[in-house]
Design a protein around this ligand. Sequence first.
Ligand code: MG
Length: 390
Amino acid sequence: MFNRADLEEREYRTLSRLGLKARDSEGRRVFEEPDPLRTCFQRDRDRILHSKAFRRLQHKTQVFAAGAGDHYRTRLPHTLEVSQLARSAATTLGLNPDVAEGVALAHDLGHPPFGHVGERALHARMSEFGGFRHNAQGLRIVDDLEESYADRNGLNLCRETRLCMLKARMPIGFPRATDLPETATPFLEGQIVDLCDRIAYVCHDFDDALHSGLVPWRTFAATELPSVALDSLVQRFPALREEGPPDRSGLIRRQITSAMISMLVRDLVLSTSSYIDEHPSLRSPHDVVDHGHVACQGESMRLALAELLRVLRQHFYRHEAVLSTMHARAADLERLFDALVSKPDMLPSRFRRRVAVHGLERTVCDYVSGMTDPYATETAKRLTDPNARR
Ligand code: MG
């Protein structure tokens, strides 16, 4: 068997000079005795996976309102897909796969119900109280809101994991942990997670867009990534021609999606590896943070990915059927927020206790943003519909 010391030793022997090593971690905010078997980064990953916020991802929307169909993605499968891509890309690059996996599992924890529409609605309601952004909220969850231990709030994660979660700048006035900077370039493992997140959601939203019937194949036919993927598939498997166009054949649609993901991840690994080779002055994980972005797509894949994202924005994310559902739900969220601010005694007791320390609006925001889509809809109805039973 391998105990923690063996695993730490193995990291030194097998990881690249730019990969984070558990033995060099700056540690946790509150000191804890190390685990006898797991490295600190493996322990972070396990804590994230076992958190309540992680379980709620299964009922949070990615693009469609969660529950709109059996096979559309919510944030849980999206998160697991990102984690698989990031772990395998990190492993190939000699980076720390446990950090990549943990950060990927945590990357969407702070999303409120109803996706980006919900995020904008909460940010507007919180404009005078420090705003709202999902990455900042993700840190607030792991640092404070999760209640798993008798002696402290939060998951007490390692500083490296938290810095990777910080990524974009926090809104001005957002209550951040005092030991974190306002913004930081993530370690290379965090950068890989960011790009894998983009690869995963663009490819899977393409899949969901076709599957939903809202966007026909002809809208994508002149777009480089899916058309190159389809051409190469038909060359390898000529019988696929008989299956019909990708919006009629689930098999072809899934094969195109899978081929696009493979092309993009391979390009990410090769381009990042070349970038590292061209910059021998990068010698440690902290050099990466000082240097800026190292993980990258090659120029042609970067442009192709941006093109596909543009088509999705125009024809899927802004499709009337998607927006009308999401806007109606965002209005529920606003009504719910307002009802709780005007009647704070309707907050659960664990949140009522937080009001004196964190302020009423921030507490309501923490409570509401943690809800799943169906729970937010049901609670809005219960609290704001005079005919609903209380
Ligand atoms: Mg994501």
